[in-house]
Design a protein around this ligand. Sequence first.
Ligand SMILES: Cc1cc2nc3c(=O)[nH]c(=O)nc-3n(C[C@H](O)[C@H](O)[C@H](O)COP(=O)(O)O)c2cc1C
Length: 213
Amino acid sequence: MSNLDDIRREYTLGGLHREELPDDPMVLFEKWMQEIRDANVLTDPTAMSVATVDEHGQPFQRIVLLKRFDDNGFVFFTNLESRKAEQIAQNSKVSLLFPWHPLERQVAITGVAEALSTTEVLKYFITRPKESQIAAWVSKQSSKISARQALESKFAEMKAKFSKGEVPLPKFWGGYVVKPSSIEFWQGGEYRLHDRFLYSRQDVGWDISRLAP
Ligand SMILES: Cc1cc2nc3c(=O)[nH]c(=O)nc-3n(C[C@H](O)[C@H](O)[C@H](O)COP(=O)(O)O)c2cc1C
């Protein structure tokens, strides 16, 4: 068995203090998102893990890209017939995780995923490069396929089909907004005395609790 016991380090970049927390977690999320982007230490700073569960309670996770966020929640785009979409249709409770470890941070979110309207999806779809638009038509995401060749020939077929004019939005392609019910901010601290603050949504505003590391 490979032993990784010796791989450890101290977290020393800084602390998170109660008095510096905004009432609104989205304000802190926006600040942290800006800081991880400015730090230029991650190739995909907007990548987040999305966890869903199947009908047996088995959790699944995968990375998607966060495309926008505001008071409504966190938006990502995907195939509406994918495994994740099927699981969300059964149980819309999801969890998101941003692993921003170069800054000794993580943000963990719980919430409910709601499908975006076609208008909202289209607004994003038309900003994608044409090849990505075509690829949306090509991949029956999460289904079993025989070989890569099948994908490539479908891509060539669709590329020819849509060579002129706009690529239409596939009806099986869309997005979700995750409406947060809790957002936890974790900042690594020396000697494993990390700072954790959990924002929990209330009828009005948010409750803020410090959690033990
Ligand atoms: C960096 C990165 C970004 C990704 N972005 C997306 C995305 O925005 N949307 C998406 O559907 N899949 C994205 N994927 C692929 C997913 O991780 C996943 O393989 C796919 O969505 C199928 O998941 P599912 O079978 O659980 O539905 C990305 C993967 C990586 C590694």
